[in-house]
Design a protein around this ligand. Structure first.
Ligand SMILES: Nc1ncnc2c1ncn2[C@@H]1O[C@H](COP(=O)(O)OP(=O)(O)OP(=O)(O)O)[C@@H](O)[C@H]1O
Ligand SMILES: [Mg+2]
Length: 289
């Protein structure tokens, strides 16, 4: 093989390797609190990871540690240390069960709204490094529409709304969808119905929300799936071990596996835009300024 051809081949190989893998950013939220967002986020992330995807979970619940408590870990560094420029993005990524990567928000969120120009630049540059680092970045947000949660929802552009079949949870889920939608951001919503007694109840709950959203907001809201109400979840929470790890053959775990399989099968490559982290950051920075 002549040198030139080899050089060209090396160049192409190098380009192929350095091409950024698209990162998909999801925010998980709910209208009502305590519907199972954090448990869903954690176990969905672990299952996606088991299927070969690289996942990073970002605990974006202001003040309340969720993900780390569910794993019985107290992370040494969080977003606060990044914003204070004491740590890099890589220092604040911790490893949980099955080496799941996660970032704790900690008290950092309170500082996020009053950053200096210099801090904002550092934040942007550091978070920007995550592009291509993971296939999925999943934000677990607080319930209801706080100012901070709204920023993550808007910046992520794809939101999983978790509800239970309880009427109050359904109306609150619809209320948050309606509110975000009225702000005219181009957000894609998907539903997860948690704590169902059977599939029928899950389907009926999802239909209630999607029909009203179609009729009054002209929105199509697909459902990702349903998770069974299962005593294994609360047992796992008490053990501080994710339920898919503590009770892998429980009903709740099986629901998560099915739901994840469907999610992977139904995701079209068009859903994955490269430079997602950059887009996320641009929207976030705009909202912070
Ligand atoms: N599928 C399930 N089956 C049975 N119980 C569940 C299920 N999902 C959640 N729970 C119960 O609900 C509790 C709250 O779950 P979780 O902390 O995930 O909710 P959350 O929506 O993140 O709450 P918050 O709004 O406070 O952040 C769990 O500790 C567990 O007891
Ligand atoms: Mg939570």
């Amino acid at each position: 093989m002549n040198d030139q051809a080899q050089e060209l081949r090396n160049l192409i190989r190098h380009r192929a390797n350095s091409a950024e893998k698209p990162t998909r950013i999801l925010a998980v939220t709910s209208g009502k609190g305590g519907v199972g967002k954090s448990n869903f986020t954690l176990n969905f992330a672990l299952t996606l990871q088991k299927k070969g995807f690289k996942v990073l979970v970002f605990d974006a619940d202001i003040g309340l540690a969720n993900i780390d408590v569910l794993m019985g870990i107290s992370p040494k560094y969080n977003l606060y240390h990044l914003l204070k420029k004491e740590k890099t993005i890589w220092d604040i990524i911790h490893k949980g069960y099955n080496d799941l990567q996660f970032i704790a928000g900690g008290s950092g969120f309170n500082d996020l709204i009053r950053l200096s120009e210099e801090q904002l630049d550092y934040f942007q540059e550091q978070i920007g490094q995550l592009n291509g680092h993971a296939d999925f970045i999943i934000f677990d947000t607080g319930a209801g529409l706080s100012k901070e949660t709204l920023k993550f929802i808007v910046a992520a552009q794809e939101t999983i709304v978790v509800t239970t079949p309880e009427p109050t949870s359904i109306t609150d889920a619809y209320a948050i969808i309606k509110m975000v939608n009225s702000m005219d951001y181009d957000i894609r919503f998907r539903l997860v119905v948690n704590r169902v007694t059977d599939w029928r109840e899950g389907r009926q709950t999802a239909e209630k929300i999607s029909m009203v959203a179609k009729q009054f907001l002209n929105l199509d809201i697909p459902t990702i799936g349903y998770v069974l109400d299962d005593a294994a979840v609360s047992k796992a929470v008490k053990k501080q071990v994710p339920f898919t790890v503590a009770f892998p053959s429980s009903g709740a775990s099986k629901s998560i596996y099915d739901l994840t399989d469907d999610f992977i099968a139904n995701q079209r490559p068009a859903d994955m835009s490269s430079g997602a982290v950059k887009g996320f950051l641009n929207r976030m920075i705009k909202l912070l300024k």
